[in-house]
Structures are given as structure tokens and as C-alpha cells.
Design a protein around this ligand. Structure first.
Ligand SMILES: [Zn+2]
Length: 71
């Protein structure tokens, strides 16, 4: 349920910048520099990174809890 909410929130937040792509930011539209230097792309990437770190931490803690319960 949590994973589904995080994924759907991410998709909703990143769909608007994708639709507004032509004519903004720096460099060519599909270059790495463009994605790393344009605010329209940086904050969704940062949000994705935070979500992935959070999900990884949650899975790691859950795995540790299950391993501790077995021993
Ligand atoms: Zn762009």
C-alpha cells in the first residue's frame, strides 16, 4: 500500500514537467546536462532518490526484523 502510494505520487508529480518539455532549461532536451541543470527535472529526480532511499531503508529494516525474529 505504501509503495503504491509513493509510486503513484511520483508519477503524478513528474508528469507535468514531461508534458512541458520543449523550450525550457539549459542545453539540448535529452542531454544529461539538461536533466541535471534544469529545476523542472532536478526536483523529481531528487524526490525519486529520496523515495528510493526510503524504500531501501524500509526493506532493510523489515529484513532485519524478520531475521531477528527467526534467531
Ligand atoms: Zn527538459
Amino acid at each position: 500500500m505504501i509503495v503504491r502510494s509513493v509510486v503513484s505520487t511520483f508519477l503524478v508529480l513528474t508528469s507535468a514537467p514531461a508534458l512541458a518539455h520543449p523550450g525550457h532549461g539549459h542545453g539540448e532536451g535529452h542531454s544529461l546536462l539538461h536533466y541535471l541543470s534544469s529545476p523542472e527535472h532536478v526536483w523529481p529526480l531528487a524526490l525519486l532518490l529520496v523515495a528510493l532511499v526510503g524504500l531501501g531503508g524500509w526493506l532493510w529494516r523489515r529484513s532485519r526484523r524478520r531475521n531477528n525474529a527467526r534467531s
